[in-house]
Design a binder for this molecule. Structure first.
Ligand code: AMP
Length: 396
């Protein structure tokens, strides 16, 4: 079975075609600048192909993807019939979706209803679903939700301490994101540790441009750092993460801004970018820090301190900790941040092997042998998880 995985953003469409007999990637790529001009990067094991076809909308981008997959020179299939199902990343499933699901009209309407909670993400996800249906009307499509894994959180973790009516009326609560990644790396961790997932207390740190930490007990999410929206929790590339909510009206008054403008500031101009003035990319921050830029150094300290703080909090939540897992762009690549976080955790029984910490690219235990709490680096693979769920649902 070949599964096409689609991750549709407001101006981009990422895709991956997987052969699920052996879980190999046949081709992958990204359409960017949709609605502006259009840029395609298409990769196969044999090499990369780039082009700038017009992409006035997502349906046009989907045509470009299909043309690339079918192209006699850089394609990987001869006919659309060689695609057997489509799996979509959908960001917000609210309380409706606790697992992946075959998309029908009812599901689509429910995803639309969740758009209130994720106005930047769910509408483009829906556009992707509709664009696929336009091109491949008879193909089954499956929705895989970022929030679904966290639906096992108990009320004490998901309730905000505000008037309960707000939850009753508007479903205002903590949802959490990156669920597909937290789930994947926790499963991989159990394999690497050679222990049943059901017995493990793990903290998974998905540290990318968006970043979140999750407490995974017995394979289930029991708490996570993102909330109603992906703004809560860690300090991120451009997002503030946790702060005193009174800051919002305070900034509005002092800077003469509207609520929406402050929210934009907290989402797009805060975090590492806001603190350092250098940028949101950790490679740029590292370069600036190495040349003595104090603000960049402070930003990296804030980042690591918050990650470590969440690990400690979740060790308390689970009353124990077997392993800390680092994943995503920063978690997989940034040995400096990993070392900084682990410095705070020696008390818990973390003991980082500095040599192993320098290695990259594969799942690895980077602890010293005597460490009571293991530290693992595990490359995430959300696309594979989406394809696996899609296959499982179709076979059921
Ligand atoms: P993601 O959102 O998972 O794709 O992660 C993207 C982020 O990972 C980038 O913004 C960088 O900050 C970070 N990143 C990627 N590669 C490296 C690297 N080699 N060293 C440090 N940070 C990196």
């Amino acid at each position: 079975m070949n599964v096409l995985v689609i991750n549709c953003g407001s101006s981009s469409l990422k895709y991956q075609l997987l052969n699920m007999q052996n879980e190999s990637v046949l081709a992958k790529g990204i359409c960017e600048r949709i609605g502006i001009d259009g840029r395609l990067v298409h990769e196969r094991p044999e090499g990369k192909y780039e082009a700038t076809p017009a992409m006035p909308d997502h349906a046009a981008a989907m045509s470009v993807v299909l043309e690339a997959l079918l192209d006699p020179n850089h394609g990987v299939i001869k006919s659309k019939d060689e695609i057997h199902a489509i799996g979509h990343r959908v960001v917000h499933g609210g309380e409706t979706f606790t697992q992946s699901i075959l998309i029908d009209e009812k599901v689509e309407a429910a995803v639309e209803a969740c758009s209130d909670l994720a106005p930047l993400h769910n509408p483009p996800n829906l556009i992707g679903i509709r664009a696929c249906r336009q091109h491949m009307p008879n193909l089954p499509q499956v929705g895989v939700f970022d929030t679904a894994f966290h639906q096992t959180m108990p009320a004490k973790a998901y309730l905000y301490a505000v008037d309960h009516k707000l939850y009753d009326k508007h479903k205002i609560r903590r949802y959490g994101f990156h669920g597909t990644s937290h789930k994947y790396v926790s499963q991989q961790a159990a394999e690497l540790l050679n222990r049943p997932l059901a017995d493990l207390k793990l903290v998974t740190c998905h540290l990318g441009n968006g970043a979140s930490v999750c407490a995974v007990q017995g394979g289930e999410s029991i708490d996570t750092s993102m909330g109603l929206t992906p703004l809560e929790g860690l300090a991120m590339g451009t997002r503030s993460g946790d702060l005193d909510p009174a800051l919002i009206t305070f900034i509005m008054e002092k800077e003469n801004l509207t609520a929406q403008e402050v929210l934009d500031m907290l989402n797009k101009k805060s975090g590492m970018l806001g603190l350092s003035g250098v940028g949101s990319d950790f490679r740029d921050l590292a370069t600036a820090a190495e040349s003595g830029n104090q603000k960049a150094l402070d930003a990296l300290e804030v980042f690591a301190y918050r990650v470590a703080g969440y690990v400690g909090r979740y060790a308390a939540a689970m009353n124990g900790l077997d392993a800390v897992i680092f994943t995503a762009g920063i978690g997989e690549n940034d040995s400096y941040i990993r070392a900084k976080v682990c410095e705070y955790l020696t008390w818990f029984g973390v003991s980082l092997n500095q040599e192993e910490n320098k290695k990259r690219g594969k799942a690895l235990d980077i602890s010293n042998s005597e460490a009571k709490v293991r530290v693992l680096v595990i490359p995430t693979n959300e696309e594979l998880m989406i394809a696996r769920d899609t296959k499982k649902i179709l076979e059921a």
